[in-house]
Write a protein that binds this ligand. Structure first.
Ligand SMILES: Nc1nc2c(ncn2[C@@H]2O[C@H](COP(=O)(O)OP(=O)(O)OP(=O)(O)O)[C@@H](O)[C@H]2O)c(=O)[nH]1
Ligand SMILES: [Mg+2]
Length: 359
């Protein structure tokens, strides 16, 4: 049996390809739709993938396991369907039984120990053209090759760029406690004190009294004005009343990625002005699957860039690497400590990738 995958924009086009390549007798084993390209699921295109097969004389796959399907006249439709499902399962098992998948090696172990997902670790190893089934020791050359792979995944790094004319408005969104307010304080110090821009702060985190006080303390020390806004209208009013500011940083309350009402409210709030650039703040200490949920659910607010905090606390950068391989997220800053203003820097792709081997 010859099995092939076909990808097209529509099921009709995929079927036409199946017919062209495998002929009219091809069997469709599986179809799925997925989104290709774009960022965080946005701007991508829907694609259809069809897995089809055709019997060939040289068929060897699982010839012992898959019994030929005899459709007896008195067999019920359910029985035939059951038999077909069994056959498909077997076939899928055999196809997925990549001989490399079960073998291990020091390089693979190292990546897995750094919380890189198995399929991503295999992808990295495959790309550097090393047979991971071999007994390769992890030489410095190999490490360099892996670092280069990860480095290449970090693309389009850009921090806040204050325009020469006009102003930049940036809102920081993300789950609770990841370091949004602290990061704003660090950036406010950099832009207001170091680079001498005319900066203002807005906090929409009126959920807790202490949240306002936290940012107010920093603004007092730095001599930067701060506005507290409770509603979308108030936000609009403050923005309208601040035409002279070159940079406006907006703090928002931490939101649970699983609370769709909160996310909707945040989305509406930020829609008040199209010019608001949105930075999603994520902690490097967050488990990969949780981080993936956060990215997916916060994508409703259409974030432009991502900041990773707490690099200093994280055991490794597995979550970051996994995310970079899963979704092409544009990175901006990383923070590596609680100190305001020092513990923040623009992402340096090579430096970040090198952290893969820090433990
Ligand atoms: N180790 C470490 N701690 C950090 C970093 N950034 C922030 N923190 C700490 O994380 C804690 C939470 O920081 P906040 O800035 O209040 O976090 P937040 O996202 O604004 O929290 P909410 O407003 O409650 O959602 C504080 O104790 C910060 O000092 C970092 O890069 N490394
Ligand atoms: Mg906060």
């Amino acid at each position: 049996m010859k099995v092939r995958f076909f990808t097209a924009d529509s099921i009709q086009n995929a079927m036409a390809q199946v017919k062209n390549v495998l002929g009219r007798d091809a069997i469709i084993l599986h179809t799925r739709t997925f989104r290709k390209g774009g960022i965080m699921g946005f701007f991508g295109k829907d694609k259809v993938e069809v897995m089809a097969a055709i019997d060939t004389p040289a068929a060897t796959i699982a010839s012992k396991e898959i019994q030929p399907l005899h459709v007896e006249e008195n067999k019920s439709l359910a029985a035939v369907q059951q038999e077909l499902a069994t056959m498909r399962n077997l076939l899928e098992q055999v196809l997925c039984r990549d001989p490399q998948e079960v073998k291990t090696s020091p390089i693979l172990d190292l990546l897995i120990n750094n919380d890189i997902e198995m399929h991503i670790a295999q992808q990295i190893i495959k790309k550097i053209n090393v047979d991971n089934a071999g007994d390769h020791s992890v030489t410095s050359e190999l490490k360099e090759l892996i670092i280069k792979q990860i480095e290449d995944k970090v693309q389009g790094v850009e921090g806040i760029v204050v325009p020469v004319v006009g102003r930049k408005i940036v809102a920081f969104i993300g789950p609770t406690g990841v370091g949004k307010t602290t990061t704003i304080a660090k950036l406010a110090a950099k832009f207001a004190i170091q680079d001498r821009y005319n900066v203002a702060l807005i906090t929409a985190d009126t959920y807790r009294v202490s949240a306002v006080e936290q940012l107010k303390t920093y603004s007092d020390i730095m001599g930067i004005p701060i506005h507290v806004v409770y509603t979308t209208d108030e936000l609009k009013r403050v923005l309208d009343a601040s035409p002279d500011k070159q940079l406006i940083l907006i703090d928002t309350a931490g939101r649970s990625p699983h609370n769709s009402d909160q996310l909707k409210e945040l989305e509406n709030f930020l829609q008040v002005d199209d010019a608001i650039e949105k930075y999603l703040v994520l902690s490097a200490t967050t488990k990969y699957k949780d981080a993936l949920d956060i990215v997916k659910n916060f994508s409703a607010c259409a974030p432009d860039k991502v900041i990773f905090t707490k690099i200093d606390e994280a055991r490794n950068i597995g979550t970051i690497v996994n995310l970079l391989y899963q979704i092409p997220i544009p990175l901006s800053y990383v923070t590596n400590g609680q100190n305001v203003p020092d513990d923040i820097e623009l992402v340096d792709p090579q430096k970040l990738a090198q952290l893969i081997f820090r433990n």
